[in-house]
Design a protein around this ligand. Structure first.
Ligand SMILES: Cc1cc2nc3c(=O)[nH]c(=O)nc-3n(C[C@H](O)[C@H](O)[C@H](O)COP(=O)(O)OP(=O)(O)OC[C@H]3O[C@@H](n4cnc5c(N)ncnc54)[C@H](O)[C@@H]3O)c2cc1C
Length: 392
């Protein structure tokens, strides 16, 4: 698909990623999907080729690539019909560690993450009772000497069973005692090894698509105080800057999905003959695909604009949120058009369309739902009164 591509300088990355993906066709993903199994071979292949260490600086064994380059990696994985959800956290958590982690933390963990001997795939923010209202989270880390003792529960902590490390957001000051509304939360880099059944319990949640997501329970988990990232109590702002990179990277995946759906549907529409002619001759079939394409390239432009701003050292909240919303909408529109173009075959597993359709639906909700992005734009850009939470 020849979309306008603001990242032509990354063609070599696209080619390299596409070569890895070629070894993992639809049959591989269908099999995993039916068993709800983790794509270990695929993740290992990406690690072997160095793609998951893309954002780790060269000094720590990575490739030192930009967020824009990482976005291209993830977009291409999805463009090829694969799914990066099994391993994308390694990239989007990197901003938090690189921007706010200590030199000791970087030296201790980054080389292992870069060479694949350590997996940083788990990101624990959401809790069952707080949902999108992150400031209401209750998991508490209490300082005791050289340790923190953690109690609480996270939900939707994806890939926790397949990760050695977890970035955790927990409260360190009771909400009512915090100096400002956003103070009192802290970020930790937790080494999960040896802790499962010993302070941490992980329970898988079966979902409509194959996503390896879990509930995580903390019961007097003891971690060294050196696991704290940055300053105690300032974690919310670290996580927010990390969330911008997460939104940009997920948006890039959505662009890849949209391209896959549009290609798949266009190919089918040229081949499928009904009433003596290819169905793609009918404008009723063409127009939804053309419209989806138009929306996709518009979203693609804002995704890479947000990435460029992030790479320039900014914290582009409006652009990252807008990119995530428009890209998720574009992929969902393309998914819908693709199913419709395939008629009954859109529902048959062997075409991969129904699987990708289920996967694309997630991004209307996670990592942030469309409503909350609209709330953010209304409040931050338009200056409208905040519709949720306690008054600022
Ligand atoms: C498969 C999967 C994987 C995930 N992986 C992770 C992960 O790895 N780590 C992690 O921390 N989290 C993860 N999440 C959590 C995800 O980020 C949340 O599900 C998402 O942010 C929405 O939160 P919630 O489910 O609690 O919905 P809620 O906050 O309960 O919201 C429910 C609905 O109400 C709407 N709503 C809520 N408040 C408002 C408002 N003020 N105005 C308008 N509408 C509103 C929302 O838009 C949403 O549609 C994952 C979720 C899923 C489903």
């Amino acid at each position: 698909m020849n979309a306008f591509n603001p990242t032509v300088e990354f063609d070599a990355i696209r080619d390299g990623v596409a070569r890895v993906c070629a070894g993992f066709p639809g049959s591989y993903w269908r099999d995993l999907d039916s068993r709800r199994a983790y794509p270990t071979d695929f993740v290992n292949a990406l690690i072997r080729e160095g793609w998951l260490g893309a954002m780790i600086p060269e000094a720590y064994g990575g490739s030192g690539l930009s967020l824009s380059a990482a976005a291209v990696v993830l977009e291409e994985i999805h463009r090829q019909g694969c799914n990066a959800a099994a391993c994308h956290a390694q990239m989007y958590t990197m901003g938090t560690l690189l921007r706010h982690g200590s030199e000791d933390q970087k030296r201790q963990y980054l080389p292992g993450i870069a060479d694949g001997s350590l997996r940083l795939q788990a990101f624990g923010v959401t809790e069952p009772s707080s949902g999108t209202d992150t400031l209401a989270l209750k998991t508490f880390a209490r300082r005791e000497g050289d340790e923190y003792v953690i109690n609480g529960q996270k939900i939707w902590t994806s890939r926790a069973e397949h990760s050695d490390l977890m970035i955790l957001l927990a409260r360190t000051t009771p909400r009512e005692e915090a100096q400002t509304r956003t103070d009192g939360l802290s970020v930790f880099l937790i080494d999960l090894r040896g802790k499962i059944g010993n302070g941490i319990d992980i329970r898988p949640i079966r979902t409509m698509m194959n996503h390896a997501t879990t509930e995580v329970f903390f019961d007097n988990l003891r971690i060294p105080a050196t696991a704290l990232i940055g300053d105690e109590g300032k974690g919310f702002r670290y996580i927010l800057s990390g969330m911008n990179s997460e939104r940009i990277l997920i948006a890039a995946e959505c662009i890849g999905d949209a391209k896959w759906f549009i290609d798949k549907a266009s190919t089918y529409a040229k081949e499928r003959v009904v009433f003596g002619a290819p169905i793609g001759r009918n404008q009723g079939v063409q127009f939804p695909l053309a419209r989806a394409y138009a929306h996709m390239i518009a979203a693609e432009a804002i995704v890479y604009r947000a990435a460029a701003l992030y790479d320039a050292g900014h914290n582009p909240g409006v652009e990252a949120n807008t990119a995530k919303m428009l890209a998720a909408d574009a992929s969902w529109e393309a998914a819908e058009a693709c199913v419709q173009t395939h008629g009954g075959f859109g529902f048959a597993e062997e075409y991969d369309v129904e699987r990708k359709f289920r996967e694309a639906r997630l991004y209307q909700v996670a990592p942030i739902s469309t409503n909350l992005i609209l709330c953010y734009i209304a409040e931050q850009v338009l200056g409208l009164p905040k519709s949720y939470g306690a008054p600022a």
